[in-house]
Design a protein around this ligand. Structure first.
Ligand code: FES
Length: 87
Protein backbone atom coordinates (compact mmCIF):
# COMPACT_ATOMS: atom_id res chain seq x y z
CA UNK A 1 0.00 0.00 0.00
CA UNK A 2 1.31 3.44 -0.92
CA UNK A 3 0.54 6.32 1.36
CA UNK A 4 0.10 9.56 -0.53
CA UNK A 5 1.06 12.56 1.59
CA UNK A 6 -1.69 15.10 2.11
CA UNK A 7 0.67 17.82 0.93
CA UNK A 8 3.27 17.17 -1.76
CA UNK A 9 5.44 19.99 -0.41
CA UNK A 10 6.26 21.39 2.98
CA UNK A 11 7.81 24.64 4.13
CA UNK A 12 9.02 24.79 7.72
CA UNK A 13 9.70 28.23 9.13
CA UNK A 14 11.78 28.53 12.30
CA UNK A 15 9.77 30.55 14.77
CA UNK A 16 12.37 30.52 17.52
CA UNK A 17 12.99 33.96 18.97
CA UNK A 18 16.16 34.73 16.97
CA UNK A 19 14.76 33.71 13.58
CA UNK A 20 11.42 35.30 14.40
CA UNK A 21 13.04 38.63 15.25
CA UNK A 22 15.38 38.55 12.23
CA UNK A 23 12.59 38.26 9.72
CA UNK A 24 10.65 35.05 9.92
CA UNK A 25 7.69 36.87 11.41
CA UNK A 26 7.37 38.51 7.98
CA UNK A 27 8.38 35.40 6.07
CA UNK A 28 5.33 33.48 7.26
CA UNK A 29 3.02 36.20 5.95
CA UNK A 30 4.87 36.45 2.65
CA UNK A 31 4.79 32.67 2.13
CA UNK A 32 1.10 32.40 2.96
CA UNK A 33 0.20 35.30 0.66
CA UNK A 34 2.30 33.84 -2.14
CA UNK A 35 0.62 30.43 -1.88
CA UNK A 36 -2.85 31.95 -1.59
CA UNK A 37 -2.34 34.22 -4.63
CA UNK A 38 -1.33 31.19 -6.71
CA UNK A 39 -3.88 28.72 -5.37
CA UNK A 40 -1.17 26.54 -3.84
CA UNK A 41 -2.53 26.31 -0.29
CA UNK A 42 -3.55 22.67 -0.82
CA UNK A 43 -0.17 21.79 -2.33
CA UNK A 44 2.22 23.25 0.21
CA UNK A 45 1.97 22.73 3.95
CA UNK A 46 3.42 25.59 5.97
CA UNK A 47 4.45 24.88 9.52
CA UNK A 48 6.49 26.59 12.19
CA UNK A 49 9.09 25.01 14.35
CA UNK A 50 10.88 25.82 17.56
CA UNK A 51 14.53 26.87 17.59
CA UNK A 52 16.70 24.44 15.62
CA UNK A 53 19.95 25.45 17.35
CA UNK A 54 21.21 27.27 14.26
CA UNK A 55 20.36 30.76 15.43
CA UNK A 56 23.55 32.34 14.13
CA UNK A 57 22.62 31.17 10.65
CA UNK A 58 19.07 32.45 10.85
CA UNK A 59 16.53 33.29 9.85
CA UNK A 60 16.10 29.70 8.70
CA UNK A 61 13.45 28.30 6.39
CA UNK A 62 13.28 24.71 5.08
CA UNK A 63 11.77 23.77 1.73
CA UNK A 64 10.95 20.07 1.37
CA UNK A 65 13.65 19.21 3.87
CA UNK A 66 16.31 21.49 2.42
CA UNK A 67 17.09 24.23 4.89
CA UNK A 68 18.20 27.67 3.83
CA UNK A 69 19.99 30.07 6.14
CA UNK A 70 19.95 33.85 6.36
CA UNK A 71 16.72 34.01 4.39
CA UNK A 72 15.84 37.59 3.55
CA UNK A 73 12.04 37.82 3.49
CA UNK A 74 12.18 40.14 0.48
CA UNK A 75 13.77 37.35 -1.57
CA UNK A 76 11.11 34.77 -0.72
CA UNK A 77 8.89 35.35 -3.77
CA UNK A 78 11.85 34.60 -6.06
CA UNK A 79 12.86 31.57 -3.98
CA UNK A 80 9.29 30.26 -4.10
CA UNK A 81 9.13 30.86 -7.86
CA UNK A 82 12.28 28.78 -8.27
CA UNK A 83 10.95 26.08 -5.98
CA UNK A 84 7.52 25.75 -7.47
CA UNK A 85 8.29 26.70 -11.06
CA UNK A 86 5.85 29.58 -11.12
CA UNK A 87 6.87 32.72 -12.97
S1 FES B 1 15.74 30.65 16.49
FE1 FES B 1 15.85 29.68 14.56
S2 FES B 1 17.52 28.34 14.83
FE2 FES B 1 17.35 29.25 16.76
Amino acid sequence: MTVVPAFPHEIVVCMGSACFARGNVNSVHIIRAYLQDRGLEDTVKVTGTLCQDSCKEGPNVCFDGTCMCKVDPSTLPDLLDERFGVK
